[in-house]
Design a protein. Structure first.
Length: 476
């Protein structure tokens, strides 16, 4: 019986605690070691173009079974990592050679795990609690590490977004809201609920086979079913390791298992996981009104960047005009925010809509349709005349009281979608340096310089434009 099996089966643990200690001494198990023939392991450090060569520590050995059993007697944990690894359920698969192959990419890569811990710390407790509530394998909490390096704003070339890397159609099918104001794929809590619902559906579709469910999460249920069919198998006797799946999927599942294996005994593998407190650091504050995020940050005594980091689902300068109208803040700041909002003059609250201009539209027709006035549309959109262009958009305040609009910070309000800046951008038909710069709030001259091209260069569809240095290793 392996160390990991002992950790994850409560009934077995209960029996083992009654067995004489002499028997425990006979059940020694070791974690598969790194090949002694390798003097060093080459590991790619996220954010660096150079590999890091580091030696595994041969002096460390796995935690003895007796200590693990003693540890498991504690019902609560100070460190969230301890709570997490004691709930792993897929340990029977950890010793596969493909898992060890992926494990070698993580061993001794301290910089990578420091990066992950920093990003995961605000959100991991809530994710672990949701998985625990559903009694699912805790290995699922590691999927965002593989998918997005725990970056809520991760955006892949295939247009997958967020911690759990949802593409738009799949996200909509699981109820994730996506509009100009808000993208629930970037919301850590909402996307986690959708991802776990999706994984539970896949688990059921593949008759309780978690490896097939994880593979289908990465490549699609249809692709896994086709691989099973081509292998002449059915779902009940299909084996993930023997299926002819896409190379990304063949490594995706072992990566998750390798991370779990390492976290189960991180010190042995040369990693010090910085402790994460086993307590919820954040709280959801319902505001029941649209509010400017800078104003909310000021009321909560938070840095604006910190508030945006904790609420990545909001794409614009304010919360949604309809729903959601809530903010995640540290528990210690929640009362400040609630009290501050309650004391605000009602004139501080202006609800905004966004209207997409259609062919044939005029400002007069739009104002009549939306119950506003032309002069208000001109003022808040900073228009010099009444000419508007189909395909553009207008911001429309839900008020006709100009006194409520006179002090608005219009520099914070933009008709443009706020997008995270990717490492590269693939040129589409009609793109030019100016339009790309405007999309990501960059300077066209800087983009031209970074790519060694003239600022008036004609771009070709499919051309790759560098926008920023790589900081992430998104997998989709």
């Amino acid at each position: 019986m392996s160390i990991y099996q002992l950790k994850n089966h409560h009934a077995i643990r209960a029996i083992l605690l009654l067995i004489p200690l002499a028997y425990l001494g006979a059940c020694q198990t070791s974690v598969p070691s790194i090949s002694q023939s390798e003097e060093a392991i080459v590991i790619n450090d996220p954010g660096s173009s150079s590999p890091i060569r580091q030696n595994p520590n041969p002096n460390l050995s796995p935690t003895p079974i007796a200590e693990i059993e003693k540890e498991y007697m504690v019902e609560s944990f100070d460190n969230l990592w301890d709570r997490l690894y004691t709930k792993f359920q897929l340990t029977e698969h950890y010793n596969h050679s493909a898992v060890d192959q992926q494990l070698s990419n993580y061993v001794n890569n301290q910089a990578y795990f420091d990066h992950i811990v920093e990003r995961a710390e605000p959100f991991l407790f809530w994710i672990v609690s949701e998985i625990e509530k559903r009694e699912l394998p805790m290995e699922l909490a590691l999927i965002p590490i593989v998918e997005s390096t725990f970056n809520p704003n991760a955006y892949s070339p295939e247009h997958a977004v967020g911690l759990w890397q949802f593409i738009a159609p799949t996200a909509r099918s699981f109820g994730l809201q996506q509009d100009w104001w808000y993208d629930a794929r970037r919301d850590p809590r909402e996307s986690t609920i959708a991802a776990l619902n999706f994984l539970e559906e896949l688990y059921s579709a593949f008759n309780g086979n978690w490896l097939l469910a994880l593979a289908a999460y990465n490549t699609g249920e249809g692709n896994v079913n086709r691989a099973i069919k081509l292998a002449g198998l059915d779902i009940d006797n299909a084996n993930f390791w023997s299926l002819n799946l896409a190379s990304e999927t063949r490594t995706h599942v072992p990566k998750i298992l390798a991370l779990a294996k390492l976290i189960s005994n991180s010190t042995y593998y040369g990693i010090e996981l910085s402790p994460i407190a086993n307590e919820e650091p954040l709280v959801l504050v319902n505001l029941n009104s649209q509010i400017d995020l800078k104003q909310a940050a000021s009321l909560a005594n938070l840095e604006y960047k910190e508030l945006r980091k904790l609420n990545p689902g909001y794409l614009q300068w304010a919360t949604h005009p309809d729903s959601p109208q809530s903010l995640i803040v540290p528990i210690k700041n929640a009362e400040l925010l609630q009290t501050g909002v309650a004391k605000l003059d009602p004139n501080h609250f202006v609800i905004w809509d966004r209207y997409e201009i259609m062919p044939g539209d005029t400002l007069g027709a739009i104002s009549q349709k939306l119950g506003t006035r032309v002069d208000i549309l001109l003022a808040v959109n900073q228009l010099n005349g009444t000419q508007i262009i189909a395909g553009g958009s207008l911001l429309v305040p839900r008020t006709e009281d100009l006194s409520r609009l006179v002090n608005l910070d219009r520099t914070a309000q933009s008709n443009r979608l706020i997008l995270p800046v990717p490492e590269i951008y693939i040129v589409r038909r009609g793109d030019n340096l100016w339009s790309i710069a405007r999309k990501f709030d960059l300077r066209s001259a800087e983009i031209a310089s970074k790519n060694g091209i003239a600022i008036n260069s004609i771009l070709q569809p499919g051309q790759i434009i560098k926008l920023m240095p790589s900081n992430d290793n998104s997998n989709k």
